[in-house]
Design a protein around this ligand. Structure first.
Ligand code: PLP
Length: 440
């Protein structure tokens, strides 16, 4: 893992002997003759023509993620949201149905509920820990099940092997948002994922500098097994004149070729070369960072558990969590640095807590080297309905923490400061947070 994180996709070889991948700042690529460009556009050879569809720096990032996830290909795009959008657009068509975990990043839920609904794609959300619910929700129109490997913000883990087995029995593709786990903690393809998406903005970048996203084909999905179901891949494409599924014959991803030719090009969700380079630098230290951050987050969650003013700490290491067995089975190196706490005093207590912190930065991001805090109910999850928020485990008193790379004891002292401020405000009661969690 650590070796691939540094070497995969780049072994030097540019004209100056650059040790790290250079940033190719160019919009277009010169070709020696007429036939060269013609062959490229006819998809009879690979290469670069115009940077909306690809760039050599970005290609290094794609090869690196392919190696880290053990897949057959990847596409780097402008954001994590673009990665989810393009992966789903490539697999769905009007009339398709998605079965999605109720525990999804708010932006993903909004995309399913609003934009995809506009495009006549329907979604059923299920409790990800209820395996029968996944089975019951699948219909003949279902094309995708969608789940986060570690849910944001409550850090719930899923039994992806079991969910994938259910989906695959119905020829349904499994799409996993692995933003929180990253390949350093968990390779979703090893547990049945067909397609993995990442918000590379978070841990892959690791330093809060860059927005980026990645889609990886793990090599499990093969539309030729059920050609009627995936006709857009298995029949000749009118616009491009090729059968995208033929790419699988040479070990490449027909799904990603289709996604790049059509959606990355049409939506213009290109990742700039400068951004790709920032993510590549971040990935070099991913393994080290994820281990320290995960260990420190588990320690801090344990210290917060049972503190005055806290109704619940949402971290898989907390006693009684139904996903504890999954930590032992699937996450031996940790469960990332994101978790949430439900303050008993509701939004007022959450505001006091956030305002009192001096080291944690109040910001709507995760996966930075800096520790971050935010109030999901009024920010990341504010556009959801109240029942949707509750289903995600987001209550008025819920505060999300993203543990960074600072000294553990400094972070602990800062959290103590937050709890002292909570005690100082009139003790309200966040009834919602004190109810049993949806999933327990
Ligand atoms: C789990 C998860 N997936 C996807 C996204 C969207 O990523 P981006 O902000 O890079 O578009 C986020 C953003 O917070 C996220 O937390």
């Amino acid at each position: 893992m650590s070796t691939s994180a540094i070497h995969a996709g780049w072994s030097g070889g540019d004209m100056h002997g650059a040790v790290t991948p250079p940033i190719y700042a160019t919009s277009a690529y010169a070709h020696p003759d007429h036939d060269s460009l013609k062959e490229l556009f006819a998809r009879r050879r690979s290469g670069f023509a115009y940077a909306r569809s690809g760039n050599p720096t970005t290609a290094v990032l794609e090869q690196r993620l392919t190696a880290l996830e053990g897949g057959i290909g990847a596409i780097a795009v402008a954001s994590g949201q673009a990665a989810t959008t393009i992966a789903l657009c490539a697999l769905l068509e009007p009339g398709s149905h998605v079965v999605a975990s109720a525990l999804l990043y708010g932006g993903t839920t909004e995309f399913l509920d609003d934009t995809l609904a506009d495009l006549a794609v329907t979604t059923t959300t299920v409790d990800p820990w209820d395996l029968d619910a996944w089975e019951r929700a699948i219909t003949p129109s279902t094309r995708v099940v969608l789940v986060e490997s570690i849910a944001n913000p409550g850090a719930q883990l899923v039994d992806l092997d079991a969910i994938s087995a259910i989906a695959h029995a119905h020829d349904v593709a499994v799409v996993v948002d692995a933003t929180l786990s990253t390949p350093a903690l968990y390779r979703a393809g090893d547990h049945g994922a067909d397609v993995v998406v990442h918000s590379a903005t978070k841990y892959l970048c690791g330093h809060g500098t860059t927005i980026a996203g990645i889609i990886v084909d793990t090599g499990r999905f093969d539309p030729r097994r059920c050609p009627q179901r995936w006709q857009r891949l298995t029949t000749r494409n009118r616009r491009f004149g090729v059968v995208f599924a033929d790419d699988y014959e040479r070990g490449a991803s027909g799904l990603l070729s289709y996604a790049r030719a059509k959606y990355v090009t049409d939506f213009g969700t290109t990742l700039p070369a400068t951004s790709a380079q920032q993510i590549l630098v971040g990935i070099e230290t991913l393994d080290l960072r994820m281990r320290k951050i995960s260990a420190d987050a588990a320690t801090l969650a344990g210290r917060l558990h049972g503190s005055a003013g806290i109704a619940r700490v949402n971290h898989p290491s907390i006693p009684g969590r139904p996903d504890a067995h999954l930590v032992r089975r699937d996450f031996p190196h940790g469960t990332s640095g994101v978790f949430s706490v439900d303050l008993a005093g509701g939004e007022e207590a959450a505001a006091a807590f956030c305002n009192a912190l001096e080291l944690f930065t109040l910001a709507v991001n995760i996966g930075d080297a800096r520790s971050l805090v935010c109030h999901p109910g009024t920010t990341t999850h504010s556009h959801l309905t109240e029942p949707q928020r509750r289903a995600c485990g987001v209550h008025p008193g819920t505060v999300r923490l993203s543990i960074g790379l600072e000294d553990l004891e400094d972070l602990s002292a800062d959290l103590e400061r937050g709890l002292a401020a909570v005690e100082a405000v009139a003790p309200g009661t966040d009834r919602a947070a004190q109810e049993p969690a949806l999933l327990s």
